[in-house]
Design a protein around this ligand. Structure first.
Ligand code: SF4
Ligand code: SF4
Length: 222
């Protein structure tokens, strides 16, 4: 009998900015109090809408390709792991190169750390911490069948375009049925400051086709 395949889904429209995901993540002993999930304001000063960001576990991870020390490894499940401590030289290449703004250089330990989809938990059949505590289901870990049943007005996609660069990710985002790719134009990315601009694009892309019955309490702020 084949094992149940579970995936990670982000549904940006459901985020209420409670930071429960970041608080739960920071309790993991492997990264000593620092959350590996970020909760960004989509448009600071304009909207209270927030968007969570975890490592997207890219199929061809830019962070690993720019690492001069070969410190970032991908396992057979497609999980892109934090840097290997003996190899990482904390040069910051991965931090600069990641299109999603995920890696964090911890200078006090001279190592890059990032979300590894709670590999210690998921490899034992448990959900990642953030998805366990998220009260709205903005961060969801489960099967394709479960997400399709629970969110009929949207669908998961994992294809992105940053300017001319196309990226496929292991983590999926929930979008309207007529969206097949998340596009982030580079001028917007440059002007808005990286991850915040990305969050704006994500929220806009996910917002348009959302059914009223799926709208959470944050909808009035959009
Ligand atoms: S726990 Fe869920 S709702 Fe709360 S900030 Fe994180 S993603 Fe948003
Ligand atoms: S999202 Fe960033 S840190 Fe995660 S695998 Fe892709 S390039 Fe690497």
């Amino acid at each position: 009998m084949s094992a149940v395949v579970r995936d990670f889904f982000i549904d940006f429209q459901r985020c209420i900015g409670c930071q429960a995901c970041a608080a739960a993540c920071s309790e993991c002993h492997t990264h000593r109090g620092l959350p590996m999930v970020h909760v960004d304001l989509v448009a600071p000063g304009v909207s209270l809408q927030t968007a969570p960001m975890v490592c997207m576990h890219c199929a061809d991870p830019t962070c690993a390709s720019v690492c001069p020390a070969d410190a970032i490894k991908v396992d057979e499940h497609g999980i892109v792991h934090s840097s290997l401590k003996p190899r990482c030289i904390s040069c910051g290449n991965c931090e600069l190169a990641c299109p999603f703004g995920v890696p964090i250089i911890k200078m006090e330990i001279q190592q890059m750390q990032k979300c590894d989809m709670c590999f210690d938990r998921t490899s034992a059949g448990k959900k990642p911490m953030c998805a366990t505590v998220c009260p709205t289901g903005a961060l969801f870990y489960g099967t394709r069948e479960e997400i399709a049943q629970q969110r009929p007005a949207s669908k998961p996609i994992n294809r992105w375009r940053f300017g001319k660069q196309r990226i496929a990710t292991r983590v999926h985002v929930m979008v309207p049925h007529d969206v097949d790719e998340m596009a982030v134009e580079l001028p917007a990315f440059d002007e808005g400051g990286g991850p915040a601009a990305l969050a704006t694009a994500l929220a806009a892309g996910a917002r348009d086709g959302r059914a009223p019955e799926e709208a959470g309490p944050e909808a009035e702020f959009l």
